[in-house]
Design a protein around this ligand. Structure first.
Ligand SMILES: [Ca+2]
Length: 329
């Protein structure tokens, strides 16, 4: 006996065909299987959707990777160029450092020279300061000198006759000032009041002067020359005899030359007085003569020896004021 089993399905027809047999017992199973099949289909759909999403993400990722790679390439190129530039700069720096190194010795030499020059400059600055100080001191002295009146002759001591120091030109000279004999401010170049001084002297003695201001003296040819050269001078000759009679003669211009011209009597100017005759004028333009230096005009005689005293002798016959002091002078 053959039995044909006709399978049953969950469809309505099968249900009708198989309802009489086992359909009732397998029906839930068939439903469950059907649900499983639907779920599997749904899951397959979901998987397909996920695969599609994964594919899209992969494409995005690939695109992103390509961008990153491109950016990295660009950066790599930039760094490569930068490294190349830096390398070139390093070479240049090395080259410059080499030059600097070679110049370092020169710089050291320059620094040594500069240090030496600084010392020289400091020394010069010190010298300049010393000179400035000296100039300042000189300026103070000059100002002090300007503020002090320079007494060039006895006129500055008209109210205080006596011994004073005057500066006729540049060297000071001690002189005896007289404001009684002929008025104020006269300089005494010769004085004979007691006969104690010997006037029969050598040339050097007449040149330098001799005697004392409180007695007989001669101021000296060199000083008289400096006085009369510095400014115009008058000459006043005052003579008082042992009988008390006073004679005088006054000349308005008196000057003698220097030693190189033997202290020649250059001029007397105009003269006037109560003495007998203008005896001194005879001697104008004569050189000074002493017993050891004959400058007079006498061809055979030294008048200083003849008369016993220095003078501007022309001949030996005229009286003068430097011969030996006796009761006839
Ligand atoms: Ca002579």
């Amino acid at each position: 006996m053959l039995i044909y089993y006709k399978s049953c399905s969950a469809t309505g027809i099968t249900e009708e065909e198989c309802g009489k047999h086992t359909y009732k017992s397998v029906r839930p199973l068939l439903k469950y299987i059907h649900q499983i099949k639907e779920e599997i289909e749904n899951n397959n759909n979901i998987v397909g959707s996920k695969d599609k999403e994964i594919k899209q993400l992969r494409e995005k990722l690939n695109q992103r990777n390509e961008l990153v790679i491109e950016e990295l390439r660009a950066q790599n190129e930039f760094y490569r160029k930068t490294i190349k530039e830096l390398t070139r700069n390093v070479l240049l720096i090395k080259e410059e450092m080499g030059k600097l190194s070679s110049n370092a010795f020169k710089i050291q030499d320059y620094e040594k020279q500069l240090e030496k020059q600084k010392k020289i400059n400091n020394a010069k600055d010190q010298q300049i300061n010393e000179v400035k100080n000296e100039i300042g001191n000189c300026a103070k002295k000059l100002k002090s000198c300007k503020e002090q009146p320079v007494c060039t002759d006895c006129s500055h001591f008209a109210d205080a006759p006596g011994i004073h120091k005057i500066i006729p030109n540049y060297d000071p000279v001690d002189v005896l000032c007289d404001s009684v004999t002929a008025g104020p401010g006269w300089t005494v170049i010769q004085q004979r009041i007691n006969g104690k001084e010997d006037f029969d002297r050598k040339w050097v003695s007449y040149r330098s002067g001799f005697g004392n201001f409180d007695g007989d003296f001669f101021l000296g040819l060199e000083k008289i020359h400096r006085l009369t050269r510095a400014r115009p001078h008058e000459l006043y000759i005052h003579m008082e005899g042992f009988d008390g009679i006073i004679k005088y003669y006054r000349y308005d211009q008196f000057a003698i030359s220097g030693e190189d011209d033997q202290y020649r009597l250059i001029t007397l100017g105009k003269g006037e007085g109560n003495a007998t005759g203008d005896f001194l004028r005879f001697h104008v333009n004569e050189k000074f003569t002493t017993y050891d230096r004959d400058n007079d005009s006498h061809d055979f005689v030294n008048c200083a020896i003849y008369h016993g005293g220095g003078w501007w002798h022309k001949h030996c016959s005229y009286r003068y004021e430097l011969q030996q002091f006796n009761e006839t002078n």
